[in-house]
Design a protein around this ligand. Structure first.
Ligand code: NDP
Length: 257
């Protein structure tokens, strides 16, 4: 897909699914600003990969360190990225966390901490990114926002209930903003992956648990990050405007709703 000259922000764009998204946009000719939390080495490696990707925007990609759970850092980083890019056309809310906190074996303090941290990073953070990005996009006549939710928003997350709830909230936020921002020509969509093969999940997939996880799909495998990126690029592409408000499942038919 052609994204020549498009100015893109990807939160959590330096590792895992986010890196695949950043690379796909860069390969399509976009200039990409990658937001990450703290891993400078991974961020530098990601930037080097984008620079080598040959999409025509070499030298125009950038790195921005910020915690999306902090409202003030979000405001600053979106303004900083827009300045670096010379404007904002596309924003992908990809950064997210998952904390293990089963209700039958977690104390009340840890339960509250898990809810606060998860909602701050996965729901309020993306809402703030949407708000700050929309201020730029409304001034420049439009844009695209794609939010990465999860199969867990629909299927439930019994050992990470705050995660499932945060992603269900992000789905609802995407739908609300698709309606609210349509008059401003800002199109909002969501992508809901099932299990994805990333650096982080590789160990679990290689264990005996991995057999069960893969068997959830009739393909007997999990998604590759590039398959999630493909859905993101579709929603951000010219021609996908009337798909605003859509949630695309990327779960290999492991959960059909
Ligand atoms: P990772 O844990 O691999 O995320 C890594 C990226 O997110 C890094 O760039 C990291 O920065 C950044 N990041 C994490 N927290 C923050 C924060 N608070 N502020 C800014 N940046 C942050 O994630 P995945 O690739 O596994 O997942 C990406 C998205 O996809 C998430 O929203 C996740 O919920 C969703 N998802 C993932 C699935 C999977 O199987 N992996 C399945 C379904 C949905 P740094 O390197 O500095 O830490």
């Amino acid at each position: 897909m052609n994204f020549a000259g498009k100015r893109v922000v990807v939160t959590g764009g330096t590792r895992g699914i986010g890196l695949a998204i950043s690379k796909a946009f860069a390969a399509g000719g976009a200039c990409v600003a990658m937001v990450y939390r703290s891993n400078d080495d991974a961020a530098q490696a990601a930037l080097a990969q984008l620079e080598a990707s040959g999409g025509g925007a070499a030298g125009k990609h950038s790195l921005h360190c910020a915690d999306v759970a902090d409202p003030e850092q979000v405001r600053l980083v979106i303004d900083e990225a827009a300045l670096a890019l010379g404007g904002l056309d596309i924003v992908v809310n990809n950064a997210g966390i998952g904390i293990y906190h089963p209700i039958d074996s977690t104390n009340y303090e840890d339960w509250q901490a898990a809810w606060q941290q998860t909602l701050a990073a996965n729901l309020v953070g993306p809402a703030n990114v949407c708000f700050c990005a929309a201020q730029h996009m409304m001034k420049s006549g439009g844009g695209r926002i794609v939010n990465i939710t999860s199969r867990g928003a629909y299927r439930g997350e019994p050992i990470k209930p705050a995660y499932g709830a945060s992603k269900a909230g992000l789905t609802s936020l995407s739908q609300s903003l698709a309606i609210a921002l349509a008059p401003h020509k800002i199109f909002v969509g969501a992508v809901a992956p099932g299990f994805v093969n990333t650096e982080l999940t590789a160990e679990r997939l290689a264990s005996s648990e991995g057999v069960e996880i893969k068997a959830q799909s009739p393909f007997n495998r999990v998604a590759e990050p590039e398959e999630v990126a493909h859905a993101v690029l579709f929603l951000a592409s010219t021609g996908a405007e009337f798909s605003t408000g859509t949630v695309i499942d990327v779960n290999g038919a492991s959960y059909l709703r």
